[in-house]
Design a protein around this ligand. Sequence first.
Ligand code: HEC
Ligand code: HEC
Length: 224
Amino acid sequence: MIKPLAPSINPDRLTNIKKIRKRRIVMKLIFILLILSSYVTLADDDSSSSKKPGVAPVNNANYAEECGACHFAYQPGLLPSSSWKKLMTGLEDHFGENAELETEEQQVLTDYLTKQAAEFSSYKRSTKIIRSLIKDKTPLRITEIPYIIKKHDELTSVMVTGNPEVKSLSYCDNCHTKAITGSYTEDDIIVPGYGNWEEYEHSSSFFGRIKRGAKELYKNITGD
Ligand code: HEC
Ligand code: HEC
C-alpha cells in the first residue's frame, strides 16, 4: 500500500486560509498608509524645512504698482534672472497686452527683478524652481516651470480656465490667499467654488486620502 506523503488537507480549506491571509496583509497595508498619511499631514511641508518658506515678498513699491496692475505682482524669486531679462525686453507685446514702460523705469525694474531672481534666493520655493529647470531654459512664464506644473497636476480645467473666478493659473492669488506675502503653503489654498484645498482633498474619497498619504510621504522623502 502507498502511504500519503503528507497528511491530507481539504483543498477548499487551504484556499480559504490563503484568502484570509491575503486579506489580512491588504488590511495591514491600508492601515499603515492611513497612519502615515495622518502623520505626514501634521508635519507641515514648510516648517519642517530649515530653509525660509515660500518666496521672498516683493519689497519694491514701484514694481508692485507697475507690474501689479493687471495681475498680482509676481515675486522676483519665482523666475530665474534670464527669464526676467527676456520678459522685460518684450513688454510692448506682453502676452497680447501692451505693458511698455519708460526706458528708465524699465531699467530700474529689470535691475530689481534680476538681482532678486530665483537663483540668488535662499527661499525654499525659489530653490525648487531653479532645481527643476533644465539648464539654459528660459521660460517666459512661471506656469511653464516643471516644478510649478507638477504641483498643479491635480487641478482640472473646470477648476481653473473654466472657472470665471480663477481665469487662468497665472492668477496665483485667486487661489493662494497669501500669495502676496510670498506664502504658497497648502493651508492657505482656496480654489473658488471648491473651498479649502486641504479639506477638499480630504473629503473627496477614501482612495483620495490614501493617494494623498502616499503623495505626502513621497514629498517628505524626496523633499519635493
Ligand atoms: C496691461 C496689463 C499687464 C501689465 C501692466 C503687466 N502684465 Fe504681466 N501679464 C499680463 C497678461 C494678460 C498675462 C497673461 C495671463 C494669462 O495667461 O492668463 C501676463 C502674464 C505675466 C507673467 C507670466 C505669468 C504666468 O503665467 O506664469 C509674468 C511673469 C508677468 N506677466 C510679469 C509682468 C511684469 C514683470 C510686469 C511689469 C513690467 C507685468 N507683467 C505687467 C498683463 C499685464
Ligand atoms: C486654481 C487655483 C490655483 C492657482 C490659480 C494657482 N495655484 Fe498653486 N496650487 C494650487 C493647488 C490646489 C496646489 C496643490 C496643493 C497640494 O495638493 O499639494 C498648489 C500648489 C502650489 C505650490 C506648492 C505648495 C506646496 O505646499 O507644495 C506652489 C509653490 C504654488 N502652487 C505656486 C503657485 C503660483 C506661483 C501660481 C501662479 C503663477 C499658482 N500657484 C496658481 C492652486 C492654485
